[in-house]
Design a protein around this ligand. Structure first.
Ligand code: FMN
Length: 188
């Protein structure tokens, strides 16, 4: 039996009752048998300042070490003003620096998003994909997990109730595991 694929998850919302945290919680519950998800909390990462990028804060050091140890990355994020929330972009910027020490290099990555709007965070997902080019990551294309009208699809306990979304999350994780194994098998 192959070793389980180690997935590091993080969420681009710090909100206690975040719908995107609910997506990540659902992903942990729906993790395939041949994978493990560890969730890293972005709370407390300071604003990035390039003057200080070589004085890496402990939390950022931990974040980068966990990214490096992971076989794959899973991001759940809201869309803020048609784009990526500052909290998430800030964490990504930290983990990509200093130049030449990008922790995301070559990592397979999958995205989920939830929003109260009708597009489910699609625009933020495509902006994230643009950053993946410079980060030299290996994004998974399908399925796309975008949960619109999140307020109607998450219950008071923070559980995703929408069966289609849960099925898509499961499919996303299976595809991410398969994609990660495929990339590992191929000499880069
Ligand atoms: C600063 C800000 C900007 C937002 N911009 C968008 C947007 O562009 N598109 C959208 O669908 N929802 C937008 N929203 C609404 C979010 O979908 C909603 O707040 C959602 O609950 C955030 O995700 P969370 O529950 O994981 O925190 C915005 C919310 C905030 C606070």
């Amino acid at each position: 039996m192959e070793k389980p694929v180690k997935i590091l998850g993080f969420v681009g919302s710090l909100r206690k009752d975040s719908y995107n945290k609910a997506l990540m919680r659902a992903a942990v519950e729906l993790t395939p048998e041949d994978a493990k998800i560890e969730v890293f909390d972005l709370e407390g990462i300071p604003p990035f300042n390039q003057d200080l990028e070589r004085q890496t804060p402990k939390l950022v050091k931990d974040f980068k070490a966990k990214i490096r140890k992971a076989d794959a990355i899973l991001i759940a994020s809201p869309e803020y003003n048609y784009s990526v929330p500052g909290v998430l972009k800030n964490a990504i910027d930290w983990a990509s620096r200093p130049y030449g020490d990008n922790a995301f290099e070559g990592k397979p990555v999958a995205i989920m998003s939830a929003s109260v709007g009708s597009l489910g965070g699609a625009r933020a997902q495509y902006h994230l994909r643009q950053s993946f080019v410079f980060l030299d990551m290996r994004p998974l294309n399908r399925p796309e997990v975008m949960m619109p009208f999140a307020q109607d699809n998450v219950d008071a306990n923070g559980n995703v109730t929408n069966e289609q979304t849960k099925r898509l999350i499961r499919e996303l994780l299976e595809a991410l595991v398969q994609w990660t194994r495929k990339l590992k098998a191929k000499p880069q």
